[in-house]
Structures are given as C-alpha cells and as structure tokens.
Design a binder for this molecule. Structure first.
Ligand code: 13P
Ligand code: SF4
Length: 320
C-alpha cells in the first residue's frame, strides 16, 4: 500500500541542537509539523499545530506548506495525503499504525457492508484509506454525534470501526447503529476498579474520559469528549484535580494549559504502561528530524483509493 525508505536512527546524524536543526529544515522545506496530543512532549512543543483528529485534518486541508510532517499515526498521515495528493507527506516512523484501524480489514468490511445495501456507512477517521473509500461519511470523536444527528431518521446506519464510540454515539443520538466490532487497545485497557479506588482516594477529582473507552469506565466519567474537548474542559472546570481516562500524552498539554491543576492518568488493569499508545510512541524527535532530513518515509497510496476516500472526508469537513 505504501513504499518508503525507512531512515535509520544513526546517532552520528543527530545534531545536538535538535530543536534548532528541525526549525532550519522546516524553513528549507517549507514544511509544517502537525502533531497529535498523544505524541511525546518534545514533539508537541515543536509542532506548528497540535490537535485532535478533526483539528489535524482541518489543518491538513488548509495548509499551504509544501511538505507536511505528520507526528501521529499512519491513518492520520494518510488522511493528510488524501487531502493533499501533490504534497510530500512524511511520517517519522511508518510502523506507527493503530490497533483500531487494524481491527477493520477491508475485505471483511466489504462483505459486512454488502449484506446491508440500504445502510449509510459512517466511519470513524481511525481506519485505513480502503475503509474510507468504502464509506459515505467520515467522522471523528469530536463530530460523530453532530454528523449522525444530520442523517434522516429513517436511514439505517453502519458505524465503523470503533464499537465503543459507536455505542456512545448511539446513546447520545438515540439512533440504532449497526456497529462494526473494532476497538482501541489503549482505551480498552483502563481498569474500572482502579479508577474507583482513585475516586475514593481523591473525592474532589473529576473523571474525564475519551469515548473510545468501554462502558464501565464511561459510566464513572463526569465528562466525555475528544482530546481537544477534554483539554478545554479541564481548563474551564472549577475542579482542580482530574483522573484522565485517555492516552496520557495529553497531560503534557493539560499541565501547560492549567499549571495549577493536577492530572492523574487513569491506570491500566495490570500496572503496565499499556495506557500509552505503543504506535504513537514510536515517533521520536530524532526520527522526526531524520524524516525531514531524508524526506522519507513518505506516505503514498493508489490514486483510485485516494479519490474514493476523499469524498467522505470532504463530506465530514462540510458537516462539521
Ligand atoms: P481524537 O484525536 O479525535 O480525540 O482521537 C483520539 C485517538 O485515539 C486518536 O488516535
Ligand atoms: Fe489507535 Fe488507540 Fe493509538 Fe489512537 S490510541 S492511535 S485509536 S491504538
């Protein structure tokens, strides 16, 4: 699906002033660095734009830079390429995939869709370009409810690939959705028991959660939203302590935005660091530098899939 030369992390190639070297390359290449909140702190700090999946795709749709350096995972960089076929789109580590995107193979989804020919297909942006090409509308965690609410009540809907977001959207809209049974390994790792223990330990703390979490965790949440919505909520809330049930990379921004508040990452079931997205964390500042220096790994995709995947993304941008 994509070809690229993977840059080798040769330490001799890494300058001591990495931030300075990246800024130089940015000017040289006329590049923009787009980063998701789940990236490591240094990458967040050097990004030109930091955001959730919707914000990042809006930025990708509007940038006039010639090169897009995407500090996120593959489906995000792929979305940027779908929107910008003539631009060079770089991903620091091509192995930065997504368990949720992997949980929806195109051939199986094609059959699932064929069995329900009258259904409209709304797919969460966390999916491959092939799944986007099979969809009518794309959504993200910040606009899914808004988009489903715009669909006429009599039209049946398939929602893919995240069953947790799908269930949450169904509850919020009162619509019955046919759910593809995919999920995110990170958001399904949080321990309800340990969140309850933390609530007892910190009775004034609010639980804030991403809708990719499972229902037992969402039931304890005082607020549910996309990463951008969670960030905004903890700035505006009167509480000064939060138990954060999403990838803890976001806490870097929360602590910057509200330095007097306390943020407790929701723990995983078995004391592991499984609440950190192993794919997002493959990107490092060194790999980002090398990607810009080598202008690789580059995202490429077949033109027929790109064209078909573009339509549902454009519909999302219009409906957001
Ligand atoms: P948002 O960026 O839409 O909050 O989604 C989080 C996520 O899981 C990205 O992979
Ligand atoms: Fe995919 Fe989950 Fe990682 Fe987001 S946090 S990129 S949904 S695996």
């Amino acid at each position: 699906m994509f070809t690229a030369v993977k840059p080798q992390a040769n330490l001799n190639e890494i300058p001591s002033d990495l931030f300075g070297a990246i800024k130089e390359l940015k000017k040289e290449l006329n590049a923009v660095i787009l980063a998701h909140y789940y990236q490591e702190g240094d990458i967040q700090d050097i990004a030109d734009y930091l955001g959730d999946s919707l914000g990042l795709s809006q930025q990708a749709a509007n940038t006039d830079a010639e090169v897009i350096v995407f500090a996120g995972v593959h489906f995000m960089a792929e979305t940027a390429k779908i929107l910008n076929p003539d631009k060079l789109v770089l991903l620091p580590d091509l192995e930065a995939g997504c368990s949720l995107a992997d949980s929806c193979p195109a051939e199986e989804f094609k059959a699932f869709k064929a069995a329900r020919p009258d259904h409209l297909v709304i797919s969460y942006i966390n999916c491959t370009a092939e799944i986007k090409a099979l969809s009518d509308i794309i959504c993200t965690s910040s606009n899914a409810v808004k988009i489903v609410n715009q669909i006429p009540a009599e039209r049946p809907i398939i929602f893919a690939p995240d069953r947790n977001l799908g269930r949450y959207v169904s509850e919020q809209t009162g619509r019955e959705l046919v759910l593809w049974q995919g999920s995110c390994i990170v958001h399904e790792t949080f321990s309800e028991k340990r969140i309850v223990e933390l609530k007892v330990e910190h009775p004034n703390a609010e639980v804030i959660a991403h809708p990719e979490c499972e229902p037992p965790v969402l039931r304890h949440a005082d607020y549910i939203g996309s990463t951008t919505a969670l960030l905004k909520y903890c700035q505006e809330s009167n509480s000064n302590r939060f138990i954060v049930a999403t990838e803890p990379g976001i806490i870097h921004q929360m602590a910057k935005a509200a330095p007097d508040k306390h943020f407790i990452p929701a723990p995983a079931t078995n004391n592991c660091a499984c609440n950190e997205c192993p794919y997002m964390r493959l990107n490092t500042l060194e790999k980002l530098y090398l990607a810009m220096k080598n202008q690789a790994p580059e995202i490429t995709l077949p033109e027929d899939i790109r064209v078909r995947a573009l339509k549902p993304i454009q519909r999302m941008l219009e409906m957001s």
